[in-house]
Design a protein around this ligand. Structure first.
Ligand SMILES: [Zn+2]
Length: 279
């Protein structure tokens, strides 16, 4: 069956950024992102907070990150690929306990500290209800994640090909009718980094230029990692009849999808008829 996920309002691309470590320079980064309506996730090692004048205080976080996602990065920023099972559980859950209490919300997004993980670490995260975990592996093809506990990025802002990749992404037209035989899957641009790199290397113009170029594109859904994860999981929960002529949406999310090259909206708890075509 010919099925393609589209993002809300049939947008065929999504863009998100994910910044780690909770440095005070996140204040300037958030200002730049907000100016351009770019949404992101901030992964905070709670053990680093107030550690020196380079890190934020716990009480700064709720106001600063309003409109963005707060996510986990391990209380003491430990490399999950190098520590025991019990140390993994302790580092992640202490981080989660502190942030959930401060934000009064459920926090299940995670970024691997130092990009370090193993299959075992992934299984432990799954067992403690972590919904996604971001790596630092690069996927320059803008593919949607197939394993949320190993969610690869497109690039880091320090990568030499950053703007080459962004231009390529912005030029893609996966929903173009004349290109229907090509790879028309929806695409994701996923940027990661640390705000202290801009300060230490005196190159804030990189993120200014990135946000200005990436923003206000009508083909692009600007969302946090958590929002993208929830949406893709909802799409993957659709239930089809045996002959593919009916689709049921058991979730609370309105889903936008393409079946046999036609657009469909499937509202929560709704069954929709699909026109089945022979290709
Ligand atoms: Zn980190």
């Amino acid at each position: 069956m010919h099925r393609i996920l589209r993002f809300p309002n049939f947008k065929c691309k999504a863009l998100t950024i994910s910044y780690d470590d909770g440095a005070i320079f996140d204040k300037r980064l958030v200002e730049i992102m907000n100016k351009h309506n770019i949404k992101g996730s901030f992964n905070i090692p709670t053990g680093f907070l107030s550690l020196s004048e380079r890190y934020l205080n716990l009480s700064d976080l709720v106001d600063l990150y309003k409109g963005h996602e707060i996510a986990l990065h391990g209380h003491m920023h430990l490399s999950l690929g190098k520590i025991s099972n019990i140390e993994i559980v302790k580092d992640v859950l202490e981080n989660r306990r502190i942030l959930e209490k401060e934000f009064n919300q459920i926090i299940t997004g995670f970024a691997y500290a130092n990009g370090s993980y193993t299959q075992n670490a992934k299984e432990i995260l799954k067992s403690i209800d972590i919904r996604y975990a971001r790596t630092v592996n690069r996927d320059p093809a803008f593919n949607l994640p197939t394993d949320f506990l190993e969610w690869n990025v497109t690039c880091a802002h320090r990568d030499a090909n950053l703007f080459e990749l962004l231009d390529k992404f912005l030029d893609l037209k996966p929903n173009s009718p004349e290109k229907w035989k090509l790879n028309r899957n929806s695409k994701l641009f996923y940027l990661y980094g640390h705000s202290y790199e801009f300060e230490d290397n005196n190159n804030w113009e990189i993120i200014e230029k990135f946000c200005a170029k990436a923003s206000n594109n009508e083909d692009v859904w600007y969302a946090t990692s958590s929002e993208i994860c929830s949406y893709i999981n909802a799409y993957n929960s659709l239930v089809y009849s045996l002959d593919n002529s009916l689709v049921y949406n058991p979730t609370a999310t309105t889903i936008y999808a393409e079946f046999y090259r036609k657009n469909y909206v499937i509202k929560p708890n709704e069954t929709v008829k699909i026109e089945v075509l022979p290709y």
